[in-house]
Ligand binder design. Structure first.
Ligand SMILES: Nc1ncnc2c1ncn2[C@@H]1O[C@H](COP(=O)(O)OP(=O)(O)O)[C@@H](O)[C@H]1O
Ligand SMILES: [Mg+2]
Length: 245
């Protein structure tokens, strides 16, 4: 069957073959396979199904029909409050499913660790584009709930110098924290800063070590962009925190 490259990958070369996608296997393949099987057994529809390895040793996953929001310009529904609310509920669902399981180990839950519009499948539901699933689970690992929640805030609210209406961003932070029923809202902004700092340092270190994908990301401006986002959140942390409980 013929292969077609899928757009929107920032690290891996992902192709579609019929009703499946193929991704390069990695050190995380075994964990991701177990996690996706676990989510399947529990009937959770927010992730692709893991179907095994193909003859070339690549991961085989189900192709999820819909719109993946990887481009900068997006239909307004992607950035709507309703969309943010639904993303948050999806996150809460898979966190609750994995809480207390072997997959989460000694941590609270399994975190996705790269929740962002570019890793979200949106589909038309009752005539409106809505988030229905997350892809790109290869960074998933045991972790703290607040880490994914903070990543959601950073990526889906777009916290950084592009923000035009800081009050609106602050309101959306509260919306996520409340919709998730996050226990420790005081820790949310420090967790966002932690992610942003960790992210640019991670790209920088991997690029220095010769990782081609990270060299590409750095050349495309990812390090300076994330540093600017970190600085912006730091500068505005008081205004943002005031919205939280
Ligand atoms: N299961 C899937 N269903 C539909 N499209 C997918 C699926 N997995 C990946 N894609 C498409 O392939 C692109 C790259 O996949 P992704 O897993 O995000 O790779 P990367 O690790 O490079 O970011 C996505 O932007 C999306 O368009
Ligand atoms: Mg991706």
């Amino acid at each position: 069957m013929s292969e077609s490259s899928l757009p929107g990958g920032f690290v891996n070369h992902v192709v579609r073959v019929g009703a499946t996608v193929r991704r390069p296997a990695s050190a995380s393949t075994e964990f991701v396979a177990e996690l996706l099987r676990f989510l399947e057994v529990h009937g959770w529809g927010g992730a692709p199904r893991y179907l095994g390895l193909d003859e070339d040793g690549r991961e085989v996953l189900t192709y999820l029909d819909g719109h993946v929001a990887w481009e900068r310009e997006q239909p307004s529904a992607v950035h709507s409050e309703e969309g943010l609310l639904l993303v948050t509920r999806l996150v809460r669902e898979f966190h609750d499913l994995t809480a207390g399981t072997e997959l989460a180990g000694s941590q609270e839950v399994v975190c996705h660790n790269d929740l962002a519009p570019k890793n979200t499948v949106y589909r038309s539901v009752d005539g409106a584009l809505r988030p229905v699933a997350f892809i790109d689970w290869d960074l998933a690992a045991p972790g703290a709930r607040i880490h994914d929640v903070a990543h959601v805030c950073w990526q889906y609210i777009g916290l950084g110098p592009r923000v035009r209406d800081i009050d609106d961003s602050a309101r959306r932070l509260l919306l996520v924290a409340d919709a998730y029923e996050l226990a420790d809202q005081d820790d949310l902004i420090p967790a966002i800063l932690w992610w942003q700092d960790r992210c640019w340092r991670g790209i920088e270190a991997a690029a220095r070590a010769g990782d081609q994908a990270m060299i590409g990301l750095r050349a495309a401006g990812a390090v300076t962009e994330v540093q600017a986002a970190w600085q912006w959140v730091l500068n505005h942390r008081d205004v943002l925190a005031r919205a939280l409980r």
